[in-house]
Design a protein. Structure first.
Length: 175
């Protein structure tokens, strides 16, 4: 039997539509626009950017939760990572309208991206820096589909398991 508290939380989880939040993108953009990152090394700049995010991010604790925390400022509010690969307005439209796993994109989000996020991150993303360093042969292979875009929109290490899993196994990790 489910308690009223759990029923409420389940209903919130089931009925809330995933949507794009600009909070993280705006906070990171504000930090890098401030010029602080230009005065320190890259590792220190990244640490200071992370500090800025932690000091300014909305903390979401919903009524009745015993285990708390959300990626974004509200339930199913999904942050974006413009420093890795900045979404275009077309990307946002696709996210909003795709049949499987859509993420709602409000007009407010589109406006923030159009006016603030996209202009600032043009030619500054990790994707753009990596692509600029690639050879013509590699770019040709990428453009022909030999490689996928999987890494373009995810943090380094997202799915590579730190190489340990390939030399050990789950039982080794359990021990």
């Amino acid at each position: 039997m489910m308690s009223e508290r759990v029923k409420r939380l389940k209903e919130q989880s089931v009925s809330t539509k995933p949507h794009i939040s600009t909070e993280r993108a705006e906070l990171l953009t504000d930090f890098y626009q401030s010029g602080i990152a230009d005065t320190v090394s890259t590792p220190v700049a990244r640490a200071l950017a992370f500090k800025h995010l932690l000091e300014n991010k909305t903390i979401c604790i919903n009524e009745g939760e015993l285990i708390v925390g959300e990626r974004g400022p509200a339930p199913k509010a999904t942050p974006t990572y413009p420093e890795l690969c900045c979404h275009t307005l077309k990307d946002l439209e696709i996210l909003n309208s795709r049949e499987k796993t859509p993420f709602l994109v409000s007009e407010h989000v589109r406006r923030i991206y159009r006016e603030k996020i996209i202009p600032f991150w043009k030619d500054k993303t990790i994707r753009e820096r990596v692509f600029a360093a690639m050879s013509e042969e590699w770019m040709s292979a990428f453009n022909s589909g030999v490689f996928t875009e999987f890494m373009e929109q995810r943090a380094p290490g997202h799915a590579i398991l730190d190489n340990k899993i390939y030399h050990k196994g789950f039982l080794d990790f359990k021990h």
